[in-house]
Design a protein around this ligand. Structure first.
Ligand SMILES: NC(=O)c1ccc[n+]([C@@H]2O[C@H](COP(=O)([O-])OP(=O)(O)OC[C@H]3O[C@@H](n4cnc5c(N)ncnc54)[C@H](O)[C@@H]3O)[C@@H](O)[C@H]2O)c1
Length: 244
């Protein structure tokens, strides 16, 4: 499998190249980054050589360019970049009508299992107040994390969309009601990524927590996603489909 890495000189792009090098029958055929580091192409369009797959760990502002390129060339794409706007997410969904696209805010199987578990807890424990706390390293620019939102969405989907998300209690100055999911972000040091879902009831609290120990986890997940996606028909896939 010949892979193009978009965001090739980023922290994740570098780890991904290493993970691909350790995977049989997979190679990096081209890197793309606006810095042009290590001989990479400056834009997706600049590379028109052979390719079987695009894996993207870059910036959400290139979503349109990325999807246009993959659609034009009929290439499947694993989109690991987070922070997309609603319009950009709609663009991905549109592209997935003609190519297979794997999009997950978190490429960890453990996080996918957390999303599965919290849905069940939320459905059965209606009286619990739900709060999500995410922690990441001090270089992360988007907040809350895409994973925190994906976990909140999983709960909301399983609960008839009844929850409103609250990110900032400081400006609200009123008691929370039961139809809120509070989402808080902590940034510091080199925390790889923690997500904690708190179900606070009267006299009991359930906490479900996932901690990523190394960012290699996400690179390995992207490799697994590419292997999963190869040969699939057009459509939008996510990590839940893979763990099924
Ligand atoms: N889905 C997951 O499991 C997962 C895990 C880790 C990171 N991420 C996401 O992947 C993305 C990259 O993370 P990172 O830690 O490697 O970041 P990084 O800042 O180290 O690297 C970003 C890469 O994107 C490129 N880039 C930046 N701005 C660009 C632009 N406007 N156009 C094209 N390329 C641009 C940079 O040159 C670099 O190669 C982020 O959105 C991050 O949240 C997702």
């Amino acid at each position: 499998m010949k892979v193009i890495i978009n965001g090739s000189d980023g922290a994740m792009g570098t780890l991904l190249a290493r993970a691909i090098a350790q995977t049989d029958d997979m190679e990096v055929i081209a890197g793309v980054t606006p810095t042009g580091a290590d001989g990479a192409y400056l834009t997706m369009d600049a590379y028109q050589g052979p390719a079987d797959m695009v894996i993207d760990f870059s910036h959400h502002s290139v979503t349109t360019e990325l999807m246009d390129y993959c659609v034009k060339r009929g290439l499947p794409a694993v989109v690991c970049t987070t922070g997309q706007t609603e319009e950009e997410m709609a663009y991905i969904a549109k592209a997935a009508e003609s190519i297979p696209v794997f999009k997950s805010a978190n490429m960890s199987v453990g996080v996918a299992l957390v999303a599965k578990i919290v849905k069940e807890v939320a459905a059965k424990g209606e009286d619990f107040d739900i709060e999500i706390v995410e922690r990441h390293h001090n270089r992360k620019v988007d907040a809350p994390s895409g994973t925190a939102l994906a976990i909140a969405d999983a709960i909301n989907d399983a609960s008839g969309d009844k929850y409103e998300y609250v990110y900032d209690r400081q400006s609200r100055r009123r008691a929370r009601d039961n139809k809120e999911i509070g989402i808080s972000s902590v940034r510091g040091g080199n925390i790889v990524g923690d997500h904690e879902v708190i179900f606070a009831g009267s006299n009991e609290v359930i906490e479900i927590k996932h901690s990523a120990m190394s960012r290699e986890l996400f690179a390995d997940g992207a490799v697994k996603a590419a292997l999963f996606l190869a040969g699939k028909p057009a459509g939008k896939y996510e990590i839940g489909d893979m763990i099924k």
